[in-house]
Design a protein around this ligand. Structure first.
Ligand code: 0L1
Ligand code: MG
Length: 262
């Protein structure tokens, strides 16, 4: 850690305020170039504490920047991890208000719910497959608090990996009824296909994102508890949306997830 506890709390409050006020800010490493990975996750933890103190509940965990398309889009080569809270959830087929968001983008994501705890180090795809209760499709709406989505990895980790909204829809299916690597996903905006991919786009296998999350938490003395909802990361690049847009993500064997931006 390079920053003291007071500065970490201040930075968490700064990013939390930007989110609440729908106001963009410059990336925090501009002022704190020495910020390290532990500082970044400590700031994210601070945001989590602030949200929970306001009565929000932890709804799940997320992996981001896990697909080759997203890594290329953002010019990075390692995934990041964050969380989602219940107030970020929106119903399938419902509306998402853009006035509460800075510059939203959508990502189609394969999600899982665990039935057994997972703990790293050494967590691997096989252990994850054994611990998955069911798989379900979702769309994540990301909304970086950083101006023009301009950030580096540490800044984006501190900003809870741009988490903003998520919509779970379709049909939950047992993991042994699916091949997560070849599971096809088509993302449509206003009836037009804007991106498509298969599950293998996420680190070769979406379960690999969960294993990396378990190993990341294990290094911090934490685990993924049983019953955790986990978003494994966008299978395609993120697509910008604005008021008036209709988005539909179609997942092979899992149904579709849709929403309108108003
Ligand atoms: O869920 C994600 O992949 C977002 C990771 C953070 C980077 C971004 O805002 O695109
Ligand atoms: Mg995502």
């Amino acid at each position: 850690m390079t920053l003291d506890a007071f500065t970490l709390e201040q930075l968490a409050a700064h990013l939390d305020r930007a989110e609440q006020q729908t106001r963009d800010v410059v990336k925090i490493t501009d002022e704190h170039p020495d910020l390290d990975w532990d500082d970044a996750y400590a700031i994210q933890d601070g945001i989590r504490r602030l949200r929970l103190a306001r009565g929000q509940r932890l709804a799940g965990l997320k992996a981001g920047l896990t697909s080759f398309a997203k890594m290329k889009q953002m010019g990075v080569d390692v995934p990041v991890f964050g969380f989602v809270t219940d107030d970020m959830a929106r119903p399938d087929g419902g509306e998402i208000t853009t006035a509460d968001l800075i510059h939203p983008k959508v990502e189609a994501e394969i999600c899982v719910v665990t039935k057994a705890p997972l703990r790293g180090p050494g967590c691997h795809v096989g252990a994850v497959m054994a611990a998955i209760d069911f798989v379900l499709p979702a769309v994540e709406v990301i909304d970086s608090r950083y101006r023009d989505f301009k950030f580096d990895l540490k800044s984006v980790i501190a900003d809870n990996t741009s988490a903003a909204r998520f919509v779970v829809g379709g049909q939950a299916r047992p993991v042994d009824a699916l091949d997560l690597r070849t599971l096809g996903v088509v993302l449509e905006k206003n009836g037009r296909i804007v991106a498509m991919a298969a599950g293998a786009a996420v680190l070769g296998h979406p379960a690999a994102a969960v294993a990396m999350l378990a190993n990341h938490l294990g290094a911090r003395g934490q685990e993924i508890p049983a019953g955790t909802f986990i978003m494994t990361g966008g299978v395609t690049e993120a697509i910008a949306v604005e008021a008036g847009d209709h988005v539909c993500a179609r997942f092979q064997d899992l149904g579709s997830v849709s929403m309108r931006f108003v």
